[in-house]
Design a protein around this ligand. Structure first.
Ligand code: AMP
Length: 211
């Protein structure tokens, strides 16, 4: 299964990606996670991405596209992948299409997690993230349910940055929905509900896709 997950920040992409990647036996490739790992290790890529991430803006395409192109050559992605957080604009979607066309391995589907704006702000501002494994956690948790790591609030989950991220989504990322609808790849599900219900909606919708 070669799948892209798309939706506004706070739609639950990271959480669903984790379950769906395990379900289909493919790697979960999150560009945000890769950037955060690089920030933590203070690599040159992390330093390059930091100011954009902290202000809720997109890291420049040249940096992001090269990173994804490289990641897709890894052995674990040979039989499929789940991309989370990429593409984030139409130019990135075109680059992805070209990378996959070259390998003759086109996308099977693009799953859109749809959620009303008013739910997003509450979810993001109360979200905590694990410093160890990077998974999202609920605000009432004291430690990460997956690895027991310490929880923190992402710099870009603070109120002042959330508004900027939502603007960036509307202006730059939402147009890829139209792009993928035109390509006949778009599947939209309602992402409001319990985590397991949304996973079930996703796998039911994706079972109609021939991968
Ligand atoms: P995320 O964890 O997906 O919300 O991403 C966190 C931040 O990483 C974003 O706000 C961007 O600054 C950066 N980022 C992640 N994916 C991309 C991408 N595909 N293109 C540009 N910047 C990205």
């Amino acid at each position: 299964m070669r799948l892209v997950l798309v939706g506004p920040p706070g739609a639950g992409k990271g959480t669903q990606a984790q379950f769906l990647a395990a379900h289909y036996g493919v790697p979960h490739i999150s560009t945000g996670d890769i950037f955060r790992a690089n920030l933590k290790e203070n690599t040159s890529l992390g330093q390059e991405a930091k100011t954009f991430m902290d202000s809720g803006q997109l890291v420049p395409d040249a940096v992001t596209n090269a990173m994804v192109k490289d990641r897709l050559t890894w052995e674990d992605a040979a039989n499929g992948f789940l991309l989370d957080g990429f593409p984030r604009n139409v130019a990135q979607a075109e680059v992805l299409r070209a990378i996959l066309a070259e390998k003759r391995t086109p996308l099977d589907a693009v799953l859109e997690l749809s959620i009303p704006n008013e739910l997003i702000i509450g979810r993001l501002s109360s979200r905590r993230t694990c410093r160890g494994c990077g998974l999202p956690a609920t605000p009432d948790a004291s430690l990460c349910a997956s690895c027991g790591g310490e929880l923190y609030q992402r710099e870009d989950d603070k109120a002042e940055v959330i508004a900027k991220r939502l603007d960036v989504y509307e202006e730059q990322t939402a147009p890829i929905i139209h792009f993928y609808r035109t390509e006949g790849l778009l599947i939209t599900i309602d992402a409001d509900g319990e985590i397991h219900e949304i996973t079930e909606r996703a796998t039911t919708a994706l079972s109609r896709v021939k991968a």
